[in-house]
Design a binder for this molecule. Structure first.
Ligand code: NAD
Length: 328
């Protein structure tokens, strides 16, 4: 672990919503390793017990199976909590276009419940997952906080609404909120299954299984792929951020950019496999290029990209191969 020596008061207590999901379980793991108490609240709608089973028996870890759409669950979960790391939400742009009403209920009502419960229980900090999708159709690069375009999906709208509610909670109810706009996170425990899987786990699985990798569009669309441990570190650092920047949003990314064609080739090269993708129609709601200006997070919390893309990818591939015990 390379997490910096963060100065949390002794006996600090954390709540991670969506803690059985990809990013949330990596956050829970880091907090357990730091020796602090952490509660994980998750309804297992897209998360898995297997993501948290390694530390299920740890005395500092507890799991609550519950839904953030239920206010009383949120109120109980936030009792005696210092830091809330709110990750619970449904991801996936295409899925949100199919079922927008469910996204509104889950991502917006769920977050509002968490804000209200955290405010009532006087938590010290509310750090939450926003998304690069809030930049919408703005074409200029890199993406800078404060320069957003028109939104392209219900998912993006739920994240934008969360940002606005969080800003209000900082202004009206003295809850210190910090919005982290993640850019294409990848890493250990990311789910490779299903039609909405992210590209890195999907390509990895397809290559290892000897299937043809599918690319939507021409593959020259680019993303700022960010290794999950950088995201974990940002979450922890924001728990100690100054109240003077409460209510604000921050890009959390690597600050680089790779096309999908490049990504596929890098993964195939690392796995020593041939790259022969099949190209299909581009997906509605997808942005063409994405790359973050990360100077704001650097300035205010000394955010640094501790893990490079290549390092993160190598670690992820090792983990993937171990976890499925592939006979290479
Ligand atoms: P994930 O699906 O692996 O994790 C989300 C977790 O939230 C799951 O365990 C799920 O069961 C849980 N959850 C969903 N609705 C819930 C509810 N109503 N009550 C309780 N738990 C609920 O996804 P992830 O990739 O780990 O994403 C975590 C957060 O980061 C999400 O808010 C997502 O929108 C955001 N985000 C992720 C990325 C990325 O690249 N992975 C990029 C931008 C933003």
């Amino acid at each position: 672990m390379r997490f910096p020596n963060l100065n949390f008061p002794q006996k600090s207590r954390f709540l991670v919503t969506g803690g059985a999901g990809f990013i949330g379980s990596n956050i829970c793991e880091a907090i357990v390793q730091m020796g602090f108490e952490v509660k994980c609240l998750d309804d297992l709608s897209t998360g898995f017990i297997k993501n948290i089973e390694d530390f299920m028996g740890n005395e500092n870890f507890s799991f609550i199976e519950g839904d953030i759409k239920d206010y009383s669950t949120c109120l109980k979960a936030t009792e005696n909590i210092d830091y809330v790391l709110h990750q619970a939400a449904w991801g996936s742009v295409p899925r949100s276009i199919e079922i927008p009403v469910f996204y509104e209920q889950n991502n917006v009502m769920g977050t509002l419940n968490m804000l209200e419960a955290s405010s009532k229980n006087k938590v010290k900090k509310f750090v939450y997952a926003s998304s690069s999708s809030v930049y919408g159709d703005i074409e200029s690069l890199p993406k800078v906080e404060g320069q957003e375009g028109s939104l392209l999906s219900p998912y993006a709208l739920t994240k934008r609404v969360n940002e606005e509610y969080s800003k209000l909670y900082s202004k009206l109810y003295e809850l210190d909120t910090y919005g982290l706009r993640y850019f294409n996170v990848f890493g250990e425990k990311q789910n490779p299954e299903g039609p909405y899987a992210a590209v890195i786990p999907k390509f990895t699985k397809q290559l290892i299984n000897g299937e043809t990798p599918i690319i939507f569009g021409d593959g020259d669309q680019s993303r700022d792929f960010t290794y999950v441990k950088n995201v974990v570190e940002a979450n922890l650092k924001f728990c100690l951020a100054s109240p003077s920047i409460a209510g604000e949003v921050f890009n959390i990314a690597a600050g680089g950019r790779y096309t999908l064609n490049e990504i596929l080739k890098i993964i195939a090269d690392m796995l020593n496999m041939p790259t022969l993708p099949q190209y299909q129609n581009a997906r509605v709601g997808d942005i063409r290029h994405s790359n973050a200006d990360i100077s704001k997070a650097k300035k205010y919390i000394n955010y640094s990209v501790e893990w490079t893309f290549e390092e993160g990818l190598k670690s992820y591939l090792d983990w993937y191969i171990n976890s499925i015990k592939v006979d290479m």
